[in-house]
Each structure stands twice: as structure tokens, then as C-alpha cells.
Design a protein around this ligand. Structure first.
Ligand code: SF4
Length: 213
């Protein structure tokens, strides 16, 4: 994986409607970084496992700052595997964007097969306004996720988001479990999958055939 901080390995760069988190529904530009150290059983983003294309950090900033969107979403895979990611966020924070960098921490439950790889200390590192997201595939996941929240207690103003794993859990079931749990959990559906059910979401900015190296 790339370990320079002046470039990034990028899978795709596109404009779309934010499908998740409290930003759901907002127009956004996404940069999906290559590389993931996990292998979730139900991964729907296997393109992030690939090498991607090398893009200079300055070019990435220029592209991200030139779209009409005030929201940029840096996603993966695991964006923090690349040294350039923090630099990208720092630079975007002081560019034309109108809001500070916020963290969306994704915790993988037992159905992913990756729960033992999680660093739960990251939950207490979240700051007010950050978000904690858990995809739930079954009742075991739900109970596990509730226990994780009870044990690691994110600060009160961290948004806790549960979403049903696509094609694995009926959203109605998750809604019922949340209502009965009596916890401050926000349910979310992946809006982009409703808008673009069987096709790539949004509009690509980088031509996939372009050689960025
Ligand atoms: S973390 Fe995301 S990209 Fe990586 S394996 Fe899991 S679902 Fe796929």
C-alpha cells in the first residue's frame, strides 16, 4: 500500500447523494480510497480491496474543491491505511468546504466475521458530532452492538447509527428491535441503494480507464 503522504491510491471519485449518516440526502463528492485490512462476509465494496490508481494529493484536492458540493466524504475500504488520508483531510478542512472534518466510525459485528479485529478504544476517541455506525444482519449482531455501546459509552453527542445489512435483515425487524431497546439509536437505510438499486451510484468524476500514475 502507498506510504507516501503526497499521493493516494484511489478506487473511485464520484458525485452522489450521501446515502448514510446524519448527512444522508445531501449532495456530496466521494473519494473512495483503495485498500482494506478486513474481509467482511457481506462486503459490498470489494472494489476497495483492489490497488486503485495513484493520484497526487494536490490533484485530489483540486478535484474535490472544484465540485459544487460542500460535503466531501472520504471513504474506503479503510481510508486510514494510507498516510495521505490525514493530509487530505487537513487540507480539505482549510479549503472551500464549509464544515470541519467529522469522523464516521464503522464497527463490524459478528455476522461480518471481523468483530475480533475491532479496536473499541476508538469509540471513546470520538468527539461530539462524530458518528458511530453499525450494520446489523441479525439479532445476535443487534444485541452485540447494544452491548458494545453500553460498555464503551461514546460521548453523549455522538450519533449512534444502526442500519440493516442489505438483503439480510428486514428493516421492519430492526425498527422493532430499536423501538423496544429504549436506546438513543438512529436507524438508517442506505439511500443510494434505494435510488440506484442495480447500478453504480451517482456520477463518476475520474474516468476509470484513465491512467493516473
Ligand atoms: S470494511 Fe468495508 S470494504 Fe472492508 S471488507 Fe468490510 S465491508 Fe468490505
Amino acid at each position: 500500500m502507498n506510504d507516501g503522504s503526497d499521493s493516494l491510491r484511489v478506487c473511485e471519485l464520484f458525485r452522489s447523494i450521501a446515502g448514510e449518516t446524519t448527512r444522508a440526502g445531501r449532495p456530496a463528492t466521494f473519494i473512495r480510497l483503495a485498500g482494506c485490512n478486513l474481509r467482511c462476509n457481506w462486503c459490498d465494496t470489494q472494489k476497495a480491496w483492489e490497488e486503485g490508481s495513484l493520484l497526487a494529493l494536490k490533484d485530489a484536492i483540486e478535484i474535490l474543491s472544484s465540485t459544487p458540493d460542500k460535503l466531501v466524504i472520504v471513504t474506503g475500504g479503510e481510508p486510514l491505511l494510507q498516510a495521505g488520508t490525514l493530509e487530505l483531510c487537513r487540507k480539505l478542512d482549510i479549503s472551500q468546504l464549509d464544515e470541519a472534518v467529522g469522523i464516521i466510525l464503522d464497527i463490524k459485528p459478528p455476522s461480518s466475521g471481523q468483530q475480533d479485529e475491532m479496536d473499541f478504544d476508538n469509540i471513546i476517541r470520538l468527539k461530539p458530532g462524530d458518528e458511530l455506525k453499525i450494520v446489523v444482519a441479525d439479532r445476535e449482531d443487534f444485541d452485540w452492538a447494544c452491548e458494545v455501546i453500553d460498555m464503551h459509552k461514546p460521548v453523549e453527542s455522538v450519533n449512534i447509527l444502526f442500519s440493516p445489512a442489505s438483503d439480510l435483515l428486514d428493516p421492519k425487524k430492526l425498527a422493532e428491535w430499536i423501538l423496544n431497546a429504549g436506546k438513543e439509536i438512529r436507524m438508517q437505510l442506505q439511500l443510494h441503494k434505494i435510488i440506484w438499486p442495480n447500478e453504480p451510484e451517482g456520477f463518476q468524476i475520474l474516468d476509470e480507464s484513465a491512467d493516473c500514475e
